[in-house]
Design a protein around this ligand. Structure first.
Ligand code: GLV
Ligand code: GLV
Length: 303
């Protein structure tokens, strides 16, 4: 923020909790540039109330919180923070996958409960990860970083991507398939699509029925990509072994079923949450804002 303060006036210093709608509207009234996070909904009305706005730097790679069409129509540049959080988010995806399959959180609770009576042959039995098949939905930067890590676990990778990808940029052993074939053929399915009109409830009741009853769903993308009620029903009815979730349909609220199912590991949207990555994300926001205000092309423009 020093870089910004040196050249421009900063009206709202960075704050930890999200601003109210009223504070957002008021704060942007005279702004030429804004940094926002994924919890700020920048819709048409917010844009209308910010006539001088020239650039919105979203402190996230996903930008489904911003009405990009309206922004474009108003000539406002929207930028995001790709690349710097790819490996960090892939690490967390694996943390969730392993924690879910090997019951790490249940084990932690038992170990510190005071009621653990010692090692038992059938205590907290989980599922092997090594050698199982990993399915990836959305083979963008993060999807590929998750797939690369699967090599260390000797896991075949199946993936679905809306566009057919240039295979020369991918590991020759990864196999591109239809969404249905990835769902039926995988032991772990991990979601890495952006949230758009097309990916809203991409994984609903019908898709969950295609998954193996021994399979796990991992979601570090956006909550609304999954029909949460259908997911809860699938786990409750034993049609799915479990799920590892970092994102939810109505953050910060969780579907009540998710709070009680031990087969579901829930994290509070931590995908990019390392100090190093969050600093880099901030630097990218600053660079994009400076570029637009100084008349240069924004390096991470999405519209
Ligand atoms: C976080 O969810 C992001 O999109 O960066
Ligand atoms: C998603 O944000 C990706 O880059 O894969």
């Amino acid at each position: 923020m020093v870089l910004i303060r040196e050249r421009f006036s900063l009206t709202a210093p960075p704050q930890v909790s999200p601003p109210s709608r009223a504070a957002l509207l008021k704060g942007l009234r005279e702004a030429h540039a804004a940094v926002c996070t994924l919890t700020e909904v920048i819709d048409g009305n917010v844009l209308k109330a910010a006539p001088d706005l020239r650039v919105i730097a979203n402190y996230a790679v996903g930008y489904n919180n911003i009405a990009v069409k309206e922004a474009k129509a108003r000539g406002i540049v929207v930028t995001n923070t790709p690349d710097v959080l790819t490996e960090t988010t892939a690490d967390l995806t694996w943390a969730l996958l392993l924690a879910t399959a090997r019951r790490v959180l249940e084990g932690d609770r038992l170990a510190r409960s005071g009621t653990w009576t010692g090692w038992e042959p059938t205590q907290l039995l989980g599922t092997d990860v090594y050698g199982k098949t990993l399915g990836i939905i959305g083979m963008g930067r993060i999807g590929r970083a998750v797939a690369r890590r699967a090599m260390g676990f000797n896991m075949p990778v199946l993936y679905h991507n809306r566009r057919t990808l240039d295979h020369s940029t991918l590991n020759a052993q990864w196999r591109q398939m239809s969404l249905q074939d990835v769902l039926t053929g995988s032991d772990f399915v991990s979601l890495h699509v952006p949230l758009t009109v097309e990916t809203h409830h991409l994984i609903g009741a019908a898709e969950l029925r295609l998954m193996r009853p021994t399979a796990y769903l991992i979601n570090t993308a956006r909550g609304t990509v999954v029909d949460e009620a259908a997911l809860v029903a699938a786990v409750q009815e034993g049609r799915l072994a479990g799920a590892g979730l970092d994102v939810y349909e109505e953050e910060p609220a969780l579907h009540p079923g998710l709070r009680t199912l031990p087969q579901v590991v829930t994290l509070p949207h931590l995908g990019s949450a390392t100090l190093h990555t969050r600093i880099q994300m901030g630097m990218i926001c600053v660079q994009n804002i400076l570029a637009v205000l100084e008349g240069r092309p924004a390096p991470n423009r999405v519209v």
